[in-house]
Ligand binder design. Sequence first.
Ligand SMILES: [Zn+2]
Length: 423
Amino acid sequence: MLGGSGKAEGKRVALVGGVLIDGTGKDPLENSVVVTNAAVIEEVGRSDKVKLPAGCHIFDVSGKTVMPGMMDLHVHLSLGDEPIVPRGGVMCGLEQSLPMLGIQVFRRARRTLEMGFTTVRDVGDWGYATVALRDAIAGGIVEGPRVLSSGQMITATGGHADLMPLWLERTDDVTNVADGVDGVLKAVRRQVKMHVDWIKFFATGGVMDSYDEQEFTDEEMATLINESHSKGRRVCTHAVQSRGMLAAVKAGVDTVEHGSYLTEEITELMIEKGIYFVPTLYAPFSLVERGSEFGLPQAYVEKARPLLKPHFESFRLAHQAGVKIALGTDAGYTPCPHGTNAFELELMVDNGMSEMESIVAATRTAAEALGLAEKLGTIAQGKWADLIVVDGNPLEEIKTLQREEKIALVMKEGSIFMNRLPD
Ligand SMILES: [Zn+2]
């Protein structure tokens, strides 16, 4: 039934005999049963303790693992597949029409869902394509993961996402470029007007450009974050270097993205303020290790190379200090193709997390960072039935989650979107 919708339609489904990883970090439960009823999880337990309701559809998942649908908190669905065009030229994706972008974001999101990611947060699109996608998926027009959209990224003049050269004819009224207190207020309100879920801004420059240590002033950041919060939006920030990252953390950002040069001062503040870290280890890794394969000039690969070690060390520092870490990849931006998101778990394990901790980062902690932990991220009675069945045990081999043929079933809010299980 690959590609079928398998709508829940009030039917009960029982997954019987699998190893249950519930997303809380607790030891796995062998020989488990999970019963879903329409969009929610009705019962969870050991198979000798749970009485299966009459008339439910039973899947035998012995030898397999049941776990929550994974979440990627850092994707760019507007980007991907095209060769990377470095700054100074037209940014990848921007040469396409908006309707084509809309088609592309749908295809990439669908691929991500099939690979076991039932929720994604898009942290910067073109033309609000992911706002439309979110609504189309939520409204049942197309199938895909749950999408939380940040719309367009807010950047300062000359900042990381100010992509158009000044000599191009343009007005100064570019939607995502903002300067000064009034400028950032307007930028936030424009995003809210377009019904974004999150606000994304740049605290620092990026790997590929000027290594700007701090993109917005302290005052601009505080205004941007306070205004977003007052409009009920959480805020994520791209932060590579320490200075701008510290300023964003002091100003009360909700999630720090990339965090290549974390310091002890920053990690302590993040813990104190309950700020989440989305490390995107995949981003610098792919840039350095696979950049050339994806058509990136060698000079750019070499520019990114010195970043890799400190970025990984930052992750280790945050993990050891006890910062809350949620999974994010940067899928679409660098050579991280959509659908390969689970590679991030392998990199987290390579850099000191246990397999279980990496799964918690992809499930419970990710749901907490999104403010959705009451409904998502763990498998428990009453939660939304977002779960996947994996052929094998990712606690023994974390790479299992990257293998398409091992993702045996994907369920989102009780609907089965992908199923390789024998009937
Ligand atoms: Zn990004």
